[in-house]
Design a binder for this molecule. Structure first.
Ligand code: UDX
Ligand code: UDX
Length: 470
């Protein structure tokens, strides 16, 4: 058996590395259009940061794990072809801002149809709208090349930052399809390291919809706790205490109840908007509205945080230096797609703050690109003022001390563990008074920070709020 995967991104790369490591007898070929990305996969500097990934890649690379741009060859040689290309939200035409852009999926299906001979199992790894497999099947059969195909849906549930552990010990693997034989073949790959009772099989549409549903439920929990955080701030309740109290109820459970500046990442918002679009397509207006509120609440939470900073700092941050700690959408990843930090920084820049940003894993170029993109409207227009602000009012620091030096405030936007072990006395000594600390991740202890002299504001906590000018 031979496997290939089209798309060497955050999902395709780690997933294929794990399959190659667990199945040393199966050649695994990962292909991508992006030469730079492939070169990075073949180097000592992998294109994505993920704890434990380097070890897994190094164990299999050069043996049964190959990275290249030879897409046609890989398709011809493989028995199982995973499609793991990105499916961003459409930015143009029908469904713009909501529907998934399936352009790359369709191109992949056409390329497979053109190059395939014999029998191939085509596996949708990318998250897709329900019934996309129908379109993929039609495209595959339209080339009349004599090849035959089975299409399976095998969505990936790994979370970034914990991808290797999630791949090694998944709660479940989900495989949806019509052909028993194809399902059995793919099951036999995962069964090398995952107990068979954790490999669930369903029909194609249930599998496609389960991925969207899982992400919608997870994002909904974050929006629910964030909604309550606003009420905590208004009433004097403490969101972490509320989360602990409700999380002890075994029906609710403790996970995914951490209040924050809002969820980010490439999936949650995109998948919910996609779900909303699907519901609208099927005439389910109320269902669409229900899920859309999860995104509306998330936008409110991001905006609320930056507005709170401005209000607290005497209603102006103009020309004030603010140290930004963290830019990635969560800790232990270099991924910044849809990171809440982008929008908080954009809003502060538009208030004319001077931002000095430090993230342990995100390079300067990526930070500037994200900020420029966030200032650009749907038609691709970036105002001269916004460009000027990103170019002149953003600097990048190599550590937290540099970011905080001479600042009026620090904003913690990603929960990196190393931020907890900073010498806060040293940081405080280098800042203006009052020294504001806005903890967007509830990472730091309020009593400790107050003892050092910070005026701390955190999500869903009412301390210091009574002192704030309104
Ligand atoms: C994945 C999924 O596939 C997406 O549907 C899911 O919702 C999130 O996770 P991800 O791996 O995070 O996407 O995307 P990305 O890191 O952008 O990787 C996709 C790769 O596919 C890129 O390296 C891109 O160059 C490649 N690609 C894209 C191709 O090789 N061919 C194409 O036609 C399009
Ligand atoms: C998510 C899903 O968890 C995963 O199963 C799916 O395959 C892809 O989408 P990911 O986006 O990588 O994974 O990370 P996740 O851990 O889910 O976090 C998403 C966002 O929610 C992050 O910005 C995180 O900071 C935020 N979050 C998460 C909270 O604000 N509070 C929480 O309690 C949990």
């Amino acid at each position: 058996m031979k496997i290939c995967c089209i798309g060497a991104g955050y999902v395709g790369g780690p997933t294929m590395a794990m399959i190659a490591k667990q199945c040393p007898d199966i050649p695994v070929h990962v292909v991508d259009l992006n030469q730079e990305r492939i070169d990075a996969w073949n180097s000592d500097h992998l294109p994505i940061y993920e704890p434990g990934l380097e070890e897994v890649v190094k164990e299999a690379r050069g043996k049964n794990l190959t990275f290249s741009t030879r897409v046609d060859d890989a398709i011809q040689e493989a028995d199982i072809i995973f499609i793991s290309v990105n499916t961003p939200t459409k930015t143009f035409g029908i469904g713009a801002g909501r529907a998934a852009n399936l352009e790359f999926i369709e191109k992949c299906a056409r390329q497979i149809a053109k190059n395939a001979t014999g029998h191939k199992i085509v596996v949708e790894k990318s998250t897709l709208p329900v019934r996309t497999a129908e379109a993929v099947k039609r495209i595959l059969s339209s080339e009349c090349s004599g090849a035959s195909f089975d299409v399976l849906s095998n969505p990936e549930f790994l979370a970034e930052g914990t991808a290797i552990d999630d791949l090694l010990n998944p709660d479940r693997v989900l495989i949806g399809g019509e052909s028993e034989a194809a399902i059995e073949t793919l099951c036999s790959v995962y069964a090398r390291w995952i107990p068979s009772e954790q490999i669930l099989t369903t029909n194609l549409w249930s599998s496609e919809l389960s991925k969207l549903t899982a992400n919608a439920f997870l994002a909904q929990r974050v929006s629910s706790i964030n909604a309550m955080s606003a009420l905590c701030e208004a009433t004097g309740a403490d969101i972490d205490e509320v989360a602990r109290a409700i999380g002890s109820d075994s029906r609710i459970g403790p996970k995914f109840l951490k209040a924050s500046i809002g969820f980010g990442g490439s999936c949650f918002q995109k998948d919910i908007l996609n779900l909303v679009y699907l519901c609208e397509h099927f005439g389910l207006r109320e269902v669409a509205d229900y899920w859309e509120q999860v995104v509306v609440m998330n936008d409110y939470q991001k905006r609320r945080f930056s507005e709170d900073i401005v209000k607290t700092m005497f209603n102006t941050v103009s020309d004030k230096k603010i140290g930004i700690w963290g830019f990635a959408f969560k800790k232990d990843t270099n991924d910044t797609r849809e990171s809440a930090a982008i929008y908080v920084c954009r809003d502060l820049l538009r208030e004319r703050a001077r931002l000095c940003i430090h993230d342990p894993r995100v390079p300067e170029k990526q930070i500037r690109q994200e900020l420029m993109a966030a200032c650009t409207d749907m038609s691709g227009h970036l105002t001269d003022k916004d460009r000027w602000l990103v170019e002149n009012n953003v600097s990048i620091a190599k550590n937290c001390y540099e970011a905080a030096d001479g600042a009026h405030a620090i904003a913690v936007l990603t929960e990196w563990d190393e931020f907890k072990t900073i010498d806060f006395g040293k940081v405080h000594a280098s800042m203006h008074r009052p020294s504001f600390l806005f903890d967007g991740r509830n990472l730091l202890d309020q009593a400790t920070m107050a003892a050092i002299g910070f005026e701390m504001h955190a999500i869903g906590k009412s301390f210091n709020r009574q002192n704030s000018p309104s």
